[in-house]
Design a binder for this molecule. Structure first.
Ligand code: CUA
Length: 312
């Protein structure tokens, strides 16, 4: 089926099965009822002006049939749906845990082995994983269409879901709950690695070293981070103000903080803004930026600064 997203998890085929059965039954009854409706409307139309409507009191057998058959169908659909739902809500014992945090407007993933990634979720093909999820601020929703999994995440409460990715590849992860201005930019990638590739990734050290990132020149790496780590949700590169200050012409700029003190946007100012964004707020902006401490490495912060310098 090409009119729905690719099925790339163990649950996808089961969810599709339920939807297919419900859709086919709905189509069957839609066609049946429409056909009978049109047939009767034509057959029993009023032919003459003085024609009288016949007096019909009802039919018990008919009423029993059209009550009992749909009831049985609905009960069967419920049982079918419930069996699949129960499986989706019951993680297998051998599932590994990944902690997911959603916040305006990015995703972070903390792995069982201490690794941490931003807007990139790494999972191993054919191994069940359980997402333990929490929001830092407002309601968000964790949604991977190709895996057919979706779950709201809330501040102050853990929710969970699980899946087993079945196909190597890169898939989209969306926030599916309107959570503010940057909602449509709250995107991440799910990277399903083959067992061998995953073992290599798992043994890697440091913070989220994506493939061959280290070999990029700093400004190019910065541009990549800008797009992939969610900076673009709040900071434009064309001078327009989205949520935070634009990166265009930022380097070297002077301005005033909320408390009235002034600043010059040099390397240290930008680094501090990335790592401790709540410390000093530029006048006219809201204190909404999350800290990237522990999420971006020193090299990556340097790369972002190099990138900002190119945006004159
Ligand atoms: Cu987070 Cu929408």
């Amino acid at each position: 089926m090409t009119w729905i997203p690719e099925a790339a998890s163990n649950l996808a085929g089961k969810v599709d099965g339920v939807i297919l059965v419900i859709t086919l039954i709905s189509i069957f009854f839609f066609v049946l009822i429409s056909a009978v409706l049109i047939y009767f409307a034509v057959k029993y139309r009023r032919r003459r002006d003085d024609e009288e409507t016949p007096y019909i009191t009802g039919s018990e057998p008919l009423e029993i049939i059209w009550t009992v058959i749909p009831s049985i169908l609905l009960i069967l659909l419920f049982v079918y749906g419930f069996v699949v739902y129960k499986e989706m809500r019951t993680p297998p014992k051998d599932a590994v845990d990944i902690t997911v945090t959603g916040k305006q407007w990015l995703w972070t993933f903390d792995y069982y082995n201490g690794k941490k990634t931003l807007n990139e979720l790494y999972v191993r093909q054919n191994r069940p994983v359980r997402m333990i999820m929490r929001a830092d601020d407002v309601l968000h929703s964790f949604f991977i269409p190709q895996f057919r999994v979706k779950q709201d995440i809330l501040p102050g409460r853990y929710t969970q879901l699980w899946f087993t990715p079945t196909k190597v590849g890169t898939y989209d992860l969306f926030c599916a709950e309107y959570c503010g201005t940057g909602h449509s930019q709250m995107l991440a990638k799910v990277i399903v690695l083959s067992p061998e590739a995953y073992d290599i990734w798992e043994k890697g050290i440091g913070v989220d070293e994506g493939a061959n990132v280290a070999s990029l020149p700093p400004a190019e790496l910065g541009a990549k981070i800008y797009k992939e780590k969610g900076c673009n949700a709040c900071h434009s590169i064309d001078g327009s103000v989205v949520i935070g200050p634009s990166f265009k012409g930022l380097y070297g700029k002077t301005g005033v903080f909320e408390d009235g003190s002034s600043y010059t946007a040099d390397e240290n100012y930008i680094m501090k803004s990335i790592l401790e964004p709540q410390e000093e707020i530029v006048e006219g902006f809201q204190p909404v930026m999350p800290s990237f401490k522990g999420i971006l490495s020193d090299d990556e912060v340097t790369a972002v600064i190099a990138y900002i310098k190119t945006l004159k």
